[in-house]
Design a protein around this ligand. Sequence first.
Ligand SMILES: *Cc1c(COP(=O)(O)O)cnc(C)c1O
Length: 423
Amino acid sequence: MNHFQYIDGALHAEDVPLADIAAAVGTPFYCYSTATLERHYKVFSEAFADHDALICYAVKANANLAVIRTLADLGAGADVVSEGELRKALAGGVPADRIVFSGVGKTHAEIAYALDCGVMQLNVESIPELEALSAIAAGKGITASIGIRINPDVDARTHEKISTGKAENKFGIAAAAAPEAFARAAALPGVRPVSVAVHIGSQLTDLEPFRAAFTTLAALVGELRAQGHEIERVDLGGGLGIPYREESLPLPIDYAAVVKGAVGNLGCQLVFEPGRMLVGNAGVLVSRVIYVKEGEAKRFVIVDAAMNDLMRPAMYDAWHDIKPLNAPPQDAPVAPVDVVGPACETSDTFARQRNLTPIREGDLLAILTAGAYGAVMASTYNVRLLTPEILVRGSKWSIVRARPSYEDLLRQDSLATWQDRSI
Ligand SMILES: *Cc1c(COP(=O)(O)O)cnc(C)c1O
């Protein structure tokens, strides 16, 4: 469910015609819908209304300050994986005591900064990290609440590049090694192990891997308690998949039933880290057609967005629906086209042999479900400007990240001291 709909033949974000934004800010641009963000947060949080639950939005999915603020205003915490994300979450209005710091490679400086901020919990992913955290916290004379992330060795049945819970993945500590890690943590100064964490991957379209992971986690909590550890929280990660091609997928309420079945009676606070589920369908990438090129074997629709703006198709072979901003007539014929960007890479392809209604030069297209892992992964590859971001609320819209200028971009580099600046 999202708030990007045709009204009188024009694709709108809530009450705003996307073409109006294109006319004002140019293309390409990302556009996010407040009502969609709010709806997704509410659907997720209401599924756990009968539990002590904290929803820590995974900032890496979309780190725009206005998006973070929208979710923070609803009571969301944050899951962050770097000092930059932590700073953004705080700047977006998320209180430190609702922030979980995750990630397999936190630097010592990042750990020190997170401790100074007073984050709710740091999730530790290795014994060397545990030892470093203990030393840093003890040096500051504080005791940090920590979770230990386990790797439950389950196949998330998602794309291999976003699968994180198999034994061969770099994430977490093997479940079998967790009791030893907790014993080690309990013996160290500066840390208090209060939580077991798990996150098995992203875009899961099947609930069974969740059930398997959460069942492993529940058994482990029992074992750890028997050894005298006080486990107050379990952190169940994110990963719930969203429909990219209007397929029907498990709903938050179905996911909640699996969660409650596996860990509902542990008496623990439940922490969730949804990212994609909250923001994916709340964003589109709008782009203009530069040329329609009749190739030898195919017709190419060349648009002004490229893989540097939205990496998912190139990186994960991801499918994104594409809709023209002007609704085609009901009886418009469809024919296969490749929708490609201008970057000098064959992987700069948004859709291959997609059946679309006729498209002409100058047309505006929306690439849907681009709110998660879109703008955050953008780069300036091919020395292209970063894409601006717009947030809509009802009939209002606001630029929440401006398009940089070429002067901004050129200023980032400088000549070496020995190079002649006079040419
Ligand atoms: C990426 C990530 C998430 C969010 O995953 P989604 O699939 O976007 O819900 C949550 N927790 C951790 C530790 C992550 O790395």
